[in-house]
Design a protein around this ligand. Structure first.
Ligand code: UD1
Length: 336
């Protein structure tokens, strides 16, 4: 298929691009480079030895989206174009609503106009209500608690309405848990601008001497060791879930919309991650315990049974392999 990857140069999108190209699909990448780097185009080409078209385009502007649809024969869209920092979304909610929602509306309008019927949307575990018991199933109650999460939730609702309207659009919503790790080549990985908010890029910068010490946000949660528990998933496994979702939609033309948790089903605490990372880097993770970070929950992990069964998707990598790939990426980046 010819897939438009909206937001395709980012951490997750770039790994999906590799998986698609390696599995016989063609891709067109659109990205505004607001949280990604142009060098990623070459990294994807180097890994796959394949060519693809890249548009440096801000998809908030309908004419930019229109141009991409007019110039290409697109069979499906994977939509990852969105801002994703929770803290920033609380300070600048309108910027988040404007960017994440308008981009989606523009993509859907062009899909309708050009007769493109398939969209995979990158949603998040953050759409679930914090009071649900773990592990989370797709039937659990929704209720995000910050503007970023609400943009994901509203987009899910928008997709439901669009599908229900009788248009030809068919949608798959993948709710990601905590993607970490990097491509085995060390050419693609999570490389946020400035000081990382997320755990893994922060640890990677501590072990390579760019940051001094990891602050562990709270050790008084009701979890086995008191630190927060998450469902970390290798970004390459996450990318594979997209391939499986495309297969599923191609084989089941009667499916109009479906939702899947994409996680491993296993919860690891912050200190479990520190231990796993220490094993691969020789004990270099310095950390200190500090106060809880506001907005964090004690635990969040998936019941991935639905994706395992219906998509025939299974996460393959364990936590040490995830940490080892992050470490490899950080070292390769430094060596450039
Ligand atoms: C965050 C977002 C979430 C988003 C996800 C993936 C928040 C509140 N949530 O999830 O919406 O979908 O990233 O991008 O930001 N931790 C530390 N020290 C650090 C960083 C993190 O102890 O320096 C802890 C956190 O308290 C948490 C765990 O590590 O227990 C994971 O944190 P993080 O990587 O930021 O992911 P989430 O907060 O789960």
């Amino acid at each position: 298929m010819n897939i438009l990857l909206a937001g395709g140069l980012g951490y997750i999108g770039s790994h999906i691009a590799v998986s698609l190209l390696e599995n016989g699909h063609d891709v067109i990448i659109a990205d505004d480079l607001s949280n990604s780097k142009i060098e990623v185009v070459d990294s994807i080409k180097k890994i796959t030895n394949k060519e693809f078209k890249f548009y440096n385009a801000d998809l908030k502007y309908i004419e930019k989206v229109e141009k991409i649809f007019a110039e290409n024969k697109i069979d499906g869209v994977i939509h990852l174009a969105g801002y994703k920092a929770v803290g920033e979304s609380c300070q600048q909610p309108l910027m988040y609503y404007e960017n994440n929602l308008i981009t989606t509306i523009n993509l859907l309008k062009c899909m309708r106009k050009y007769g493109v019927d398939l969209i995979l949307f990158s949603s998040s575990a953050t759409v679930y209500k914090a009071s649900n018991t773990m592990p989370l199933t797709e039937a659990d109650e929704l209720g995000p608690c910050n503007p970023y999460g609400r943009t994901k939730y509203f987009i899910e609702e928008m997709l439901k309405d669009e599908v229900a309207s009788g248009s030809n659009i068919r949608a798959i919503i993948l709710r990601y848990f905590n993607p970490i790790g990097a491509h085995e080549s060390g050419l693609l990985g999570d490389d946020p601008n400035g000081i990382p908010n997320n755990l893994l890029p922060y640890i990677s910068r501590v072990v390579t001497g760019k940051l001094e010490v990891l602050s562990v946000f709270g050790n008084d949660y009701p979890t086995p060791d008191g630190t927060g528990v998450r469902d970390y998933i290798h970004v390459v496994d996450l990318a594979d879930a997209h391939l499986k979702a495309i297969d599923y939609m191609q084989k089941n033309k009667d499916i109009k919309i479906d939702f899947f948790n994409i996680g491993t089903g296993k919860g690891y605490s912050v200190l479990n991650i520190v231990d796993a990372y220490n094993k691969v880097c020789g004990g270099k993770v310095k950390y200190k315990i500090v106060a809880r970070r506001s907005g964090d929950v004690a635990e969040l992990y998936a019941n991935p049974a639905k994706a395992n069964k219906i998509l025939n998707w299974h996460a393959k990598y364990d936590i040490e392999e995830m940490c080892a790939s992050s470490y490899n990426y950080e070292n390769k980046k430094d060596a450039k």
